[in-house]
Ligand binder design. Structure first.
Ligand code: SAH
Length: 390
């Protein structure tokens, strides 16, 4: 039995619902964990807080799986939790494709499961959850009888946990280039080699949010990846759409998606560095009715937050300059450390520098199959904003 006793004075984070216990918050550990075992966590005066998995190699010593003392952590526990996750997605109407398990927000820290219709992609990003992979896979098999399950654990964060990066089949082998349906469109998903789990499910509702503003519009999209926003724009009636991504492979896949939806006459993709080309085009006074930006996260650490702020300001400033008066900027930020308030401030600064007046049309977060939980700040990460640029 491993017991972890916290120091007397720690921040209220854990009491407010956050499941992580940092090693510098711990007074003493009874027993000698090798890593991955289940541990009970107590306050300095021995009140039970919760039960989770421990890894002495990680700065995050314990991640809590439950706050109920009677919960036994075994295979059944994971089956029950994942079943609850599925019941919840069914209730809120996210079934065909969805994030079935969103880690901490589903009380299954560091476990990600994306469901792409009959296919499942799993990430186990900490040692203590990786150990339960057989039970997790067994549960997916039992609940869904899927066509395939794939592990995308080729993620650097695993090394902080003393684990290798790896990817591969967790079921019988299958063709890893699949097609999914979203908002009435079709998209290829490359489960083996695509970014993250292969597809960004979190923007599903946001892609639909552009449907009115793109009608008859000339649209420019930057950071397109497989072209999802751009193909939606064409579907919703855009006159022309150009999508830019720095990766040749992304451009190739985006083009395949345009063909798959028979939209190659309206949507074109081009490999380019968005920072450079947007600057050049605004110098050349090019104009679009709608500009869409969806860059990758600019930082993961507080030390470089200023760099991220500068990056967002820069790219949004350049984007706004390309918008015809009365047109729209559609802009996202998935940097967790940039709060919704800060993102709005950055956009406001960019508008002032661009000498444009703006009005907010839509401001929302990720799709609800990625639940936001108060007290767990990492669960609210996506900012999605549409503004009118006057
Ligand atoms: N909008 C996409 C997701 C974009 S992910 C979707 O909904 O699926 C971010 C993309 O930005 C990646 O494909 C990456 O290749 C691209 N990228 C990163 N830096 C870039 C740059 N400087 N210029 C253009 N694209 C860039």
């Amino acid at each position: 039995m491993i017991d972890v006793q916290l120091k007397r004075k720690i921040t209220p984070r854990v009491a407010n619902g956050h499941p992580w216990i940092f090693s510098n918050e711990v007074d003493k550990v009874t027993g000698s964990p090798a890593g991955g075992e289940i541990a009970d966590v107590f306050t300095h005066d021995k009140k039970f807080i919760g039960r989770g998995y421990i890894n002495p190699k990680s700065q995050i010593l314990v991640r809590l799986l439950t706050r109920e003392r009677q919960d036994v952590i075994n295979d059944d526990f994971f089956t029950r939790r994942i079943t609850q996750c599925w019941e919840y997605r069914k209730k809120i109407g996210y079934t065909e494709n969805c994030r079935l398990v969103f880690g901490e927000a589903d009380s299954l820290p560091q476990l990600i499961i994306d469901k792409f219709n009959d296919y499942f992609v799993v990430q186990t990003l900490a040692l203590g959850i990786d150990r339960w992979k057989p039970a997790i896979v067994e549960t997916i098999q039992r609940l869904f009888n899927p066509r395939g399950i794939y592990e995308r654990n080729d993620v650097p964060v695993r090394e902080l946990e003393g684990m290798p990066q790896q990817k591969g089949f967790l079921s019988n082998e299958f063709d890893t280039k699949i097609i999914i349906n979203e908002n009435g469109l079709k998209f290829y998903v490359d489960i083996e080699n695509g970014q993250k789990t292969g597809y960004f499910l979190d923007q599903k509702d946001n892609r639909r949010a552009i449907r009115h503003i793109v009608k008859d519009a000339d649209v420019l999209g930057a950071f397109t990846y497989t072209g999802t926003f751009e193909i939606h724009a064409a579907h919703y009636g855009a006159r022309s759409v150009l999508g830019l991504d720095i990766s040749d492979n992304a451009v190739k896949q985006a083009t395949q998606n345009a063909v798959l939806n028979k939209m190659q006459n309206i949507v074109q993709f081009q490999a380019a560095n968005a920072f450079d080309i947007l600057k050049q085009w605004s110098r050349e006074a090019r104009k679009y009715d709608v500009v869409m930006l969806d860059p990758p996260a600019f930082t993961k650490s507080r030390e470089t937050i200023q760099k991220a702020i500068t990056g967002y300001k820069e790219i949004n400033l350049r984007g706004m300059k390309l918008v015809r008066p009365g047109g729209f900027l559609v802009t996202s930020s998935c940097t967790n450390l940039v709060s919704p308030e800060l993102f709005l401030q950055i956009i406001d600064m960019a508008a002032k520098d661009a000498k444009r007046r703006i009005r907010q049309v839509v401001f929302q977060t990720q799709s609800p199959d990625h639940p936001v939980v108060a007290g767990i700040d990492t669960t609210q990460y996506l900012k999605f904003l549409i503004i009118e640029v006057q």
